[in-house]
Design a binder for this molecule. Structure first.
Ligand code: PLZ
Length: 452
């Protein structure tokens, strides 16, 4: 990796935190912005580059969240910035459904090339992850002539009506927002840390889900199985080895469309282009967003040509889908991932973080608060449990919150997640320097010690 940073990559927090400008903006926000939009941190951003975020009061934070796994190449990657500037000077929009342009086609070609499998593929572009998921379901339904859709425990797929229905967690995502779309079924996930029988294999966990599908829905009624290969908001849950391959095999045997939702796990984040590749799984459809375009809003459904081409002309689209500026950004971001070998960088980050935190976990011991360390590449998590709760593994959301707050006060932005709110997730930009990552981990370690 050879990155020229524009901003100094150094953490700095002033004594009056949050500062006066941020407090002023918070007051304006309270009068102007809907209360339903929450923010993780109380400071307002002025600039961001590499692994650093500057706020409006002169504080600098280490970014271990990448705006929820989006700024994989950093928030102002020179190649992305250049491509965006170049594109906006020519045209910002024409609408691909009205007068098409090359960028859209080039992004589709790139996605067809990078997603797993050698079969003929097609791609359609949208704006958000939720929109990609909705459209993957539309495609699966029309291609199969079936309606049922299976999602999993702890799943997160978005905030639109259908994707809320696919999402598992009620509060805050679904609470009070129903009724939800019909024909959505929920299957048991493989969650190694929380299995009643810790010996259960991935294949056995898949059979448990398959039994549910066969008995409660009927395999021949199912249009699609949708799964995050590593679950995101639900707690960075990595299913046991063999779980995904067996589900994909079951889908194939029964004419079910297997959809990998790689919105969070995709685009070099886990050390492969896509998380399914760690297990050699070839999905029928892949949904992508977040990391795809260096921070510009873009999403996609990519998959088997015969599935995407089963949709009638005009059946897919949207005014902004595949916006030319977002497409230019995507081509540049993917180029940066390739030239900087960011997949390799993700694996380096995994090794560094797991070694550091693994030592701490061992030191705190069996009765310590670090219940589990998991994840792949730079999609890593710590699951916290009440100290001494033993096999009960009682989730400790309060400790998790305290750790995140401690980190923030020391200048490190860290995100939490999980069905039980007891998971800290690490999603640094892959372009973060070794020094900055080490400094961030020092703070995290001190935070954990302060609570443990
Ligand atoms: N699928 C796997 O992770 C978005 C959402 C945060 P959109 N995850 C972050 C929040 O609280 O809104 C996500 C995801 C997976 C789909 C989505 C949805 O992507 O771009 O937010 O619509």
């Amino acid at each position: 990796m050879d990155i020229q940073y524009r901003l100094e990559q150094k953490r700095k927090v002033l004594a009056d935190f949050p500062g006066p400008r941020s407090l002023e903006l918070a007051a304006r926000r309270a009068q102007a912005v809907a209360a339903g939009v929450a923010s993780s941190v109380p400071v307002y951003v002025a600039d961001a580059d590499g692994g650093i975020i500057h706020d409006v009061d002169g504080n600098s934070f280490i970014d271990l969240g990448s705006g929820i796994a989006v700024t994989t190449v950093g928030a102002s990657d020179a190649a992305v910035v250049g491509a965006v500037k170049e594109q906006v000077e020519h045209f910002t929009h024409t609408c691909f459904m009205v007068s098409p342009y090359e960028g859209y086609v080039a992004v589709a070609e790139k996605l067809n090339q990078l997603t797993p499998g050698e079969h003929a593929k097609r791609t359609v572009l949208f704006n958000s992850g939720a929109e990609a998921v909705e459209n993957a379901i539309k495609i699966a339904r029309i291609a199969t002539g079936r309606t049922a859709v299976v999602a999993f425990d702890h799943a997160y797929h978005g905030r639109t009506n259908l994707t809320m229905g696919l999402t598992a967690k009620a509060m805050p995502y679904k609470h009070g927002f129903g009724p939800f779309a019909g024909e959505v079924y929920r299957a048991p996930m493989s969650y190694p840390f929380r299995e009643e029988n810790p010996q259960i294999t991935g294949k056995e966990a898949a059979e448990r889900a398959i039994l549910m599908m066969s008995k409660q829905i009927g395999a021949d009624q199912i249009a699609a199985i949708i799964i995050e290969p590593i679950q995101g908001e639900g707690g960075f849950i990595v299913p046991a080895d063999g779980f995904l391959p067996r589900l994909a095999e079951f889908a194939k045997e029964n004419g079910i469309v297997f959809i990998a939702d790689e919105v969070q796990s995709g685009f070099a984040r886990t050390g492969e282009w896509f998380a399914v590749q760690h297990e050699g799984v070839v999905p029928d459809l892949v949904t992508t967003a977040k990391g795809i375009a260096g921070g510009m809003p873009l999403s996609a459904v990519t998959g088997r040509a015969e599935l995407l081409d089963a949709v009638h002309g005009g059946g897919l689209g949207g005014t902004y889908g595949g916006n030319p500026v977002a497409c230019a950004a995507a081509l540049a971001a993917i180029d940066t991932m390739e030239t900087q070998d960011l997949r390799g960088r993700a694996r380096e980050i995994e090794a560094t973080v797991k070694e550091r935190l693994g030592k701490l976990q061992a030191e705190l011991g069996e009765a310590g608060i670090i219940g589990d360390i998991r994840g792949r590449g730079a999609m890593l998590a710590l699951e916290f449990v009440k100290a001494g709760s033993g096999d009960a593994k009682v989730p400790d959301a309060a400790a998790t919150k305290k750790i995140a707050e401690y980190c923030l006060k020391e200048g490190v932005i860290i995100l939490t997640c999980g069905t039980y709110g007891n998971v800290i997730r690490l999603l640094p930009p892959l372009v973060i320097s070794d020094e900055l990552l080490a400094d961030g981990l020092d703070v995290l370690e001190a935070a954990i010690r302060s609570v443990a």
